[in-house]
Design a protein around this ligand. Structure first.
Ligand code: CA
Length: 237
């Protein structure tokens, strides 16, 4: 994340709220992409992968909860919900559907900025040293080196990028299209999604995981996610 501005997809049909929030986020250094409906949010997401989505639940065309459910199960990006309803029930429903945070209208833009920063800190789990550490597996993103125990496992550039990308967001599921976009800078229009499957296969073999889902897990019909065994999913500092 260092050096590149975080991208926020702001989905809000109320123009004055949207413009006010967009201005404040831009002042805080975020790149803001705006959608005034569920349909326009979906088409923007086909083209870009934001770092966080701010989603107003009351949209004219699509139920905000449906968007939330779809995006969190696809691991699109962390979602902060904007809601006009302050009840405990509404909040719990959203968090159960996978929202990362829930902000009640009217809200202060300063508070929204700090919630966004908190979500980004949680989703970008890169230790300051660039070392990701999961039990026996260490990924040094500065040296671009992967170790299992004390043994270096040599990887090609893309194999390394794929593993590091997945490991930065443990448990988050990425579709093959999202991985093509984020790791290859490509898209299914240009590159076969099987490229991803082949690389996953090779990375697994190089990690020599006896259990093939040990670190990179296949989520059937969706994509892949990084998982660490219970007890070793805390990146070391
Ligand atoms: Ca609205």
């Amino acid at each position: 994340m260092a050096g590149s501005a975080a991208v926020v997809l702001l989905v809000e049909d109320d123009r004055s709220v949207r413009e006010t929030v967009a201005d404040v986020l831009a002042e805080h250094g975020f790149v803001v992409i705006e959608a005034d409906s569920g349909a326009s949010a979906r088409s923007l997401l086909d083209e870009r992968t934001p770092d966080v989505i701010v989603l107003d639940l009351g949209l004219p065309d699509v139920a905000g909860l449906d968007l939330l459910a779809a995006w969190s199960s696809a691991g699109a990006a962390p979602v902060i919900v904007l809601s006009g309803r302050s009840g405990e029930y509404d909040r719990v429903v959203c968090l159960d559907l996978g929202a990362d945070d829930y902000v009640v209208k009217p809200f202060s833009t300063r508070e929204l900025v700090s919630r966004i920063n908190a979500v980004l800190r949680r989703s970008t789990r890169v230790a300051p040293t660039g070392l990701l550490h999961f039990g026996a597996l260490s990924i040094d993103t500065d040296a671009r080196e992967v170790l299992v125990g004390s043994e270096v496992r040599s990887m090609t550039a893309k194999e390394f990028d794929l593993l590091a990308f997945l490991a930065r967001s443990p448990r988050q599921v990425f579709t093959r299209a999202q991985l093509l976009h984020n790791v290859w800078g490509s898209s299914p229009n240009w590159q076969d999604e099987n490229t991803v499957a082949e690389h996953v296969h090779r990375v697994r073999r190089k990690l020599d995981a006896t259990d093939r889902d040990r670190w990179i897990q296949t989520v059937r019909g969706v994509g892949y996610r990084f998982v660490a065994a219970t007890g070793d999913d805390h990146p070391a500092r």
